[in-house]
Design a protein around this ligand. Structure first.
Ligand SMILES: [Zn+2]
Ligand SMILES: [Zn+2]
Length: 180
């Protein structure tokens, strides 16, 4: 216990992302002094950007965004949309096949393609996707050499998890995390 006048400061983090500093030392117990926003972690940061990217999607069956990252640097982004130069689903309707819209190129595929167009090496990178990859996109991701897939919600294919384990891709589920 310190004498009055010498106060120690510690920070308490709450689940809602706010923190507040607690000063103590005068013998009267603790009291909250100030509120400040907690600095967000990198996974939260990039997943929120992926969600922002999904806002550009042109197929309203599902809006998905993807961000490819290495060394905390964004290498490319993508959202699900039609072939360049073709009309958007939102304007002309979907191209349905087996219960799915096949008019669009998926977000993670477009992020890979954007990197390819610009000659950006994505081997060893991570991809942040607002929804977990479908089987076709997962296969592509695996063969790019991307070794970490962070997803904001589960989409539809359970097979990807076992294959990811087999080939050494880390799957990170942020569906319960505090990024929304
Ligand atoms: Zn569509
Ligand atoms: Zn896909």
């Amino acid at each position: 216990m310190m004498d009055g006048g010498f106060w120690t400061n510690r920070k308490v983090f709450r689940k809602d992302g706010q923190s507040f500093s607690v000063f103590r030392g005068d013998g009267t117990g603790t009291k909250a002094i100030s509120f400040m926003a907690r600095r967000i972690d990198w996974d939260t940061y990039f997943m929120r950007i992926a969600r922002e990217v999904s806002g550009r999607s042109t197929c309203d069956r599902k809006h998905v965004g993807a961000v490819i990252v290495r060394d905390r640097t964004i290498l490319s982004t993508g959202y699900n949309g039609s072939i360049s130069g073709m009309p958007h689903c939102d304007d002309v309707g979907h191209m349905m096949d087996g219960g799915h819209c096949v008019a669009t190129i998926h977000a993670e595929a477009n992020a890979i393609l954007q990197a390819a167009r610009n000659g950006v090496m994505i081997k060893g990178a991570a991809v942040y996707i607002s929804a977990s990859p479908c089987w076709n996109c997962f296969k592509m991701i695996a063969n790019t050499g991307i070794r970490r897939i962070v997803y904001g919600e589960f989409y539809r294919d359970e097979r990807i998890f076992e294959i990811a384990r087999t080939v050494g891709i880390e799957m990170v589920d942020l569906s319960e995390a505090d990024w929304k």
